[in-house]
Design a protein around this ligand. Sequence first.
Ligand code: 13P
Ligand code: ZN
Length: 275
Amino acid sequence: MNELYQVPAMAGFIRMCDDGWQQGWHERNGGNLTYRMTEEDVAACRPYFDAQPRPWVKMGVQAKNLAGEYFITTGSGKYFRNVILDPAANIGIVEINDEGDSWRIVWGLENGAKPTSEFPSHFMNHSVRKEATNGANRVIYHCHATNVIALTYVLPLNDRDFTRPLWQSATECPVVFPEGVGVCPWMVPGGAAIAMATSEKMKTYQAAVWAQHGLFVSGPDYDTAFGLAHTIEKSAEIYVKVLSTGRPILQTITDDALRAIAHDFGVQLNEAFLD
Ligand code: 13P
Ligand code: ZN
């Protein structure tokens, strides 16, 4: 089993869970992570798969472009802080059926554990990000990023009004998420409705904010996805600190300065969010 944990896809997954825990974004069982495996990943992990896969379970959502894919996923109710101590009990590998509407566990999630309750949201986000990035996207990550959540109490819950202070609070933000962030209103977690609302946002954005709940990000690999969450949360933290001073904001990054950053770094800013 130790060798399974050294497969880069597995090692990176386990490390990212621990990184998120250490950031303080995963109280109790908060947050979840999924990774869409490559054929090479599956081949490297297959020798460790169970002799008998577990039964198929319908998801309540469907995506034909994910038929036959394999995902590494955190378990529902499992704690990120425990993943590094006992991966097989806290994470697992699931296979998707030919209809793209059901999963079955082929490894891990021991003792009756199930994939994250947010698997439908992850799954639909994987579907739209796979499409939007010509297959490059592989990681979907949900964390309870403290300062992002705090801002959902004081900023208007629309994409433009949420993105602008994030761009203005750290100079490199417009380079990291030039299209901005999407914002979903408060919704009941874990079902098909929040999955559909989030995946609508992810057609345009790499990241979506869930009001009074957390952050959803995507990326081609663990570093990029984690880095995106880290960048958004850091910017939110700066803005929360600015607001907390109670002092009037005397200066910020102007829209022309944002345009200048985008020009020099060769990214296309979402013009609809600029004055
Ligand atoms: P799970 O434990 O089912 O992953 O749920 C945690 C969570 O953050 C729900 O949004
Ligand atoms: Zn959550």
